[in-house]
Design a protein. Structure first.
Length: 95
């Protein structure tokens, strides 16, 4: 993903009420990420200053939760779908 596309996607997440946090790999690359107020202006600043940003995560809390499940077992997915609305996901295997 191009650097500018990544930050455009962060703007879209913010518009949906989510809090994108820039990362390098899986690690946040801004200090105070747990408490920072993310705005469109801060995303613009990050785009111009965080050259090693190669992804982002979404800060959870304030009513936003997440369950992570990794399986290729369709029976498990069928059972989970009885309790949760499981969205379509992008599957990436390997590096």
């Amino acid at each position: 993903m191009l650097h500018t596309d990544l930050f455009a996607l962060m703007h879209e997440y913010l518009d949906k009420g989510l809090t994108p946090i820039p990362t390098h790999g899986k690690r946040p690359i801004i200090s105070g990420w747990q408490d920072i107020q993310v705005t469109h202006e801060s995303i613009d600043v990050w785009e111009n200053t965080l050259q090693d940003c190669n992804g982002f995560g979404v800060r959870l809390g304030n009513g936003i939760g997440c369950i992570d499940y990794d399986t290729d077992d369709h029976e498990i997915l069928n059972r989970l779908s009885q309790f949760f609305d499981i969205p379509e996901t992008v599957v990436k295997k390997g590096k």
